[in-house]
Design a binder for this molecule. Structure first.
Ligand SMILES: C[S@@+](CC[C@H](N)C(=O)[O-])C[C@H]1O[C@@H](n2cnc3c(N)ncnc32)[C@H](O)[C@@H]1O
Length: 292
């Protein structure tokens, strides 16, 4: 059966679909934010991935991009590794012209809370980025991750790249937005914004992943330290903060104008030399155990 047909044949709404807590709105602002994040991380890592699989990708591998969003990662990877096949799954169709999608990228519309339309042990490499916050921890662990590991070949690599949403050395305005707005809303919506820090345990608890490595990189918010990365990261954060005006101003009990004023103050903090606000991106790489 064609991979896309598998999803079409399923019931329109599975029970767990209603438990999906993805906090973006489907707008061009969110698309910009994802593209800006891609640019920030590509610059910070000087690469699109960290797993030691260059040779395999060069000679030809099967790769899965889980929750691909606008397909930017798959498109760039597919251009770099023409002999590999990239499969990308998302519940939203990427709103990009079909002509720019390389032939070795196959988009499959589907819900990650349902069975993936691939046979066991199919992929050499599976990549997830900025996706875990879309799920309740139990759904991520019991449904999404289980399926991903099922379709990964023994000896294949899984790479997860996730932000730690808690920032450090924040200025007063950013701290206020974080505590009175984002955290309050996340707690009320039962979004576990600290899930990234549990990923080591979650991956090891599967008993199917070995040689797990966990690294983190610092992303400065603003151009302190003369980091170009810091300017990109600040722009990305501002984009996220601005696009949440409608959602967070009522939570904070402030008007839209007051919210915008707060955003201006955050922007000033990012360009001031008095603050060194930053946050971290974490990178987890593991190998699926080979069965005895
Ligand atoms: C923040 S975006 C990350 C995009 C991409 N991984 C990147 O880093 O460029 C999260 C993506 O997860 C997708 N998503 C959320 N819940 C999903 C689900 N249940 N099934 C499939 N995709 C889902 C969203 O549609 C969105 O495109």
């Amino acid at each position: 059966m064609e991979h896309a047909d598998h999803f079409k044949k399923k019931r329109r709404h599975s029970k767990s679909e209603y438990q999906n807590f993805y906090f973006s709105t489907d707008t061009s602002a969110e698309m910009n934010r994802i593209l800006l994040t891609h640019l920030t991380l590509e610059t910070a890592y000087s690469a699109n991935f960290c797993s030691p699989i260059h040779d395999k990708l060069r000679s030809g591998s099967k790769v899965l991009d889980v929750g691909c969003g606008p397909l930017i990662w798959s498109i760039e990877m597919a251009e770099d590794f023409r002999n590999s096949d990239f499969y990308a799954v998302d519940k939203e169709e990427p709103s990009i012209p079909k002509e720019i999608i390389p032939k070795n990228v196959k988009f499959i519309k589907g819900n990650l809370l349902e069975k993936l339309p691939f046979e066991d042990d199919f992929f050499d490499y599976i990549f997830l980025r900025d996706i875990i916050m879309c799920f309740k921890e139990s759904d991520f662990e019991n449904i999404v991750l289980k399926e991903i590991i099922r379709v990964l070949k023994p000896g294949g690599y899984i790479e997860i790249v996730e932000a730690e949403l808690e920032g450090y050395e924040k200025g007063e305005a950013l701290e206020r937005w974080n505590v009175e707005g984002f955290q309050k809303w996340a707690n009320a919506s039962k979004i576990d914004y600290k899930l990234t820090l549990d990923l080591d345990n979650i991956l090891l608890n599967t008993n199917q992943i070995e040689d797990l490595t966990h690294d983190k990189i610092i992303l400065p918010l603003g151009n302190w330290g003369n980091y170009i990365v810091g300017s990109f990261a600040a722009e990305t954060a501002l984009c996220f903060i601005r696009m949440n005006e409608e959602r967070l101003s009522p939570v904070m009990g402030i008007s839209a104008d007051e919210y915008r004023e707060l955003v201006n103050q955050i922007e000033e903090e990012f360009s001031s030399k008095d603050y060194r606000a930053h946050f971290f991106y974490h990178n987890f790489i593991g190998i699926k155990k080979i069965k005895n």
